[in-house]
Write a protein that binds this ligand. Sequence first.
Ligand SMILES: Nc1nc2c(ncn2[C@@H]2O[C@H](COP(=O)(O)OP(=O)(O)OP(=O)(O)O)[C@@H](O)[C@H]2O)c(=O)[nH]1
Ligand SMILES: [Mg+2]
Ligand SMILES: [Zn+2]
Length: 354
Amino acid sequence: MTLDTSNQQDYKPGTVISAQANFYQVRLDSGDTLLCVRPTRLKKIGQSVLVGDRVLVKASDAERGAIAEVLPRTTVLERPPMANAQQVFLVFSLQDPPLEPIQLSRFLVKAESTRLNLLLGLNKIDLVEEAEIEKWQQTLHSWGYSPYFFSVSHNIGIEPLREALKDKITILAGPSGVGKSSLISLLIPQVKVRIGAVSAKLHRGRHTTRHVELFQLPQGGFIADSPGFNQPQLDIPPQSLIYYFPEGRMRLAEKSCKFQDCLHRNEPGCVVRGDWERYPIYLLFLTEAIEYQQQLQRRGEEETTVKVKVKAKGKQYTEPKLALKKYRRPSRKVSHQEVLTSLEEEIETDENSY
Ligand SMILES: Nc1nc2c(ncn2[C@@H]2O[C@H](COP(=O)(O)OP(=O)(O)OP(=O)(O)O)[C@@H](O)[C@H]2O)c(=O)[nH]1
Ligand SMILES: [Mg+2]
Ligand SMILES: [Zn+2]
């Protein structure tokens, strides 16, 4: 789309920091925030606007404006629906709630599947002994991660975080109670976020709007508090699951399994199966991923065999078959690159279903 930008001053560059219905908060590069609409012209050409989008806006007064153009995106994420995110920052606590390998792995695998840069942070080091910190450092190192250790309440280890978040768009994720909101309010003192006492259940309640919001960091960059990221279901094709474990990736970078469609269970000539610590967790998630795949296939079969007839105003018509959106069956000889490309396509086609 080309835009008549002959009068350049009319168009101001900015970043979409929140989206609700057809209203978008845009933080202009100049520092002001405008409440903007997406004009019909953009709607007609199917141009969506996502949180994180770089846009040009035409201000109508000091507080309001209209989005004139959405600039090309570098990344698109389905859940949470976001554009241009560069990294995921997973936060867990060592204690209260305690760190738990399966839950941690679930989040890690989910985060890995975005293919964004992944940072891991462990909060509340004030609550544990030094030996406990060292133990986790070693364990996580063997998993392939180098976490940041810090304490938000005691302001320890925060400087390296500021450095890692600077000038980037980062998605903050992690279970309830680990200190995500506390961290945001430490990094951005003027921001008002709710801290503590809110249970995960309440967060998902009917009355909570599930939207992403970007907070601007004082030293540059944005951080997103993202409820949608924290979904427990592993909706990942079984064939690609192993690539979301650094230990598995590493083994497959060196050698190949005998069978290209190896799921790394009991297959002969498998180079992944072995005595690495998280192998049992891989097998557990694999079972879940296969169950999820079968569910989708069953649903797909129902959709192809059953024609739904709907009566409307006396007329009978056949409802179009629903497209099976989220999953495409990988071919038997699918390569890792193909899996990733198809994941990307899935992400791109689904950006507004949240
Ligand atoms: N001991 C200790 N407590 C902390 C630390 N950081 C945060 N907390 C406390 O942990 C509790 C939960 O913190 P929140 O910031 O609300 O946690 P959250 O991750 O935003 O939780 P949800 O919003 O439910 O997802 C609060 O009571 C905080 O005061 C820390 O470094 N040490
Ligand atoms: Mg919170
Ligand atoms: Zn194998």
